[in-house]
Design a protein around this ligand. Structure first.
Ligand SMILES: NC(=O)c1ccc[n+]([C@@H]2O[C@H](COP(=O)([O-])OP(=O)(O)OC[C@H]3O[C@@H](n4cnc5c(N)ncnc54)[C@H](OP(=O)(O)O)[C@@H]3O)[C@@H](O)[C@H]2O)c1
Length: 307
């Protein structure tokens, strides 16, 4: 059983399994929520340039560390490069603007380095190698202790390999029992790239239920989440925990750091209680059967798959 609190990301970098997600937390609310998360035991915070909350997240990290008597090295901070998407009228970042983007993120966060810097998505075929070269340089400059990607398919990873570039240390992707991505996860395992799971709570009927927080593909799935015979409900009852804890524990037992987001203090605390129970092998095997494919988050097509 893998129930350590952290796993190796690189020879000298460990990533805590329990992370705190901050997507859709407004900048003005982020400081208080992140401070509360650190108080509740989270030692891994996930943000991004795209979330427009790095200033608040950074303030929350400083307050949380001070309040808990911790230092910078006690917390693992991830942020992400917004790579720019020409299809959305944006200018794709170059190696140079990738490097200046992390400087800007660090200034907003009030940090000298991040523990992990990711390319948020593989948008631009021409520029993604240039952006990756920027991340490699940022690691050499020690502004990022580890570097990785997000939403990359096997084809995108193969492009980096074919260019002779160092491989990413992590790939942050949507992973939960309804979207298990066995081929991609197998590819990552072969190369020692750590999968980080986002949107672990998609199977809950209440997932992103606030106005404007929804994802287009979730409606049909949500009705399933309300079913009385949901396997997640059964496992939650068996262990005396919530369905959210079951979904998060599944991720950790698969070896994936998880990033639950909540602005509700009770749920935020509940989501941090993941090490007091264990899903047995038979139940893990039953959950393995629930895979439905690609997931609900926005994603970019695999260049190796026919369009
Ligand atoms: N790299 C990427 O492209 C990408 C994409 C998506 C997400 N992410 C990262 O992963 C993090 C997590 O993903 P996510 O924010 O999409 O979704 P999530 O953490 O799977 O789910 C969040 C939703 O579930 C609710 N929730 C949280 N805990 C709950 C509980 N115990 N019981 C019932 N409902 C609960 C939250 O509402 P309340 O706040 O009201 O509790 C919110 O609606 C993000 O915040 C972000 O940091 C990365």
């Amino acid at each position: 059983m893998r129930n350590d609190r952290e796993r190796d990301l690189a020879a000298d970098v460990k990533i805590p399994y329990l992370g705190f997600g901050t997507y859709l937390i407004p900048d003005g609310e982020a400081a208080a929520v992140v401070e509360e998360a650190i108080r509740a035991g989270y030692r891994h915070i996930d943000t991004a340039e795209f979330y427009r909350n790095e200033t608040g997240v950074g303030a929350g990290i400083r307050k949380g560390l001070e309040r808990e008597g911790l230092s910078r090295r006690d917390i693992f901070v991830t942020t992400k490069l917004w790579p720019g998407n020409a299809a959305w009228g944006q200018t794709p970042k170059t190696t140079e603007t990738t490097i200046s983007s992390l400087d800007e993120s660090l200034a907003r966060l009030g940090l000298e380095y991040v523990d992990l810097y990711l390319i948020h998505a593989p948008f631009d075929r021409e520029q993604r190698l240039a952006q990756w070269r920027g991340l490699v340089a940022l690691k050499e400059q020690k502004k990022a202790r580890a570097i990785g990607v997000s939403n990359f398919h096997i084809g995108h990873l193969k492009e980096l390999e074919a260019a002779g570039l160092p491989q990413p240390q992590a790939n942050q992707i949507e992973l939960h029992p309804w979207s298990q991505k066995p081929q991609l996860v197998g590819y990552l395992a072969e190369r020692g790239i750590v999968p980080i799971a986002y949107s672990s709570l998609v199977p809950l009927s209440t997932w992103r239920s606030a106005p404007g927080h929804d994802s287009a593909k979730t409606d049909a799935m949500k009705s399933d989440g309300r079913r009385a015979d949901s396997p997640f409900k059964a496992l939650a009852a068996k262990h005396g925990v919530s369905e959210a804890q079951v979904l998060l524990r599944w991720g950790i037992q698969k070896g994936y750091p998880v990033l639950p987001k909540s602005t509700n203090v009770d749920r935020l605390r509940q989501n941090a209680d993941l090490f007091s129970f264990h899903i047995d092998d038979g139940d893990m095997a039953a959950l393995e059967q629930l895979d439905r494919g690609d997931g609900v988050a926005w994603s970019v097509g695999d260049p190796t798959r026919a369009a």
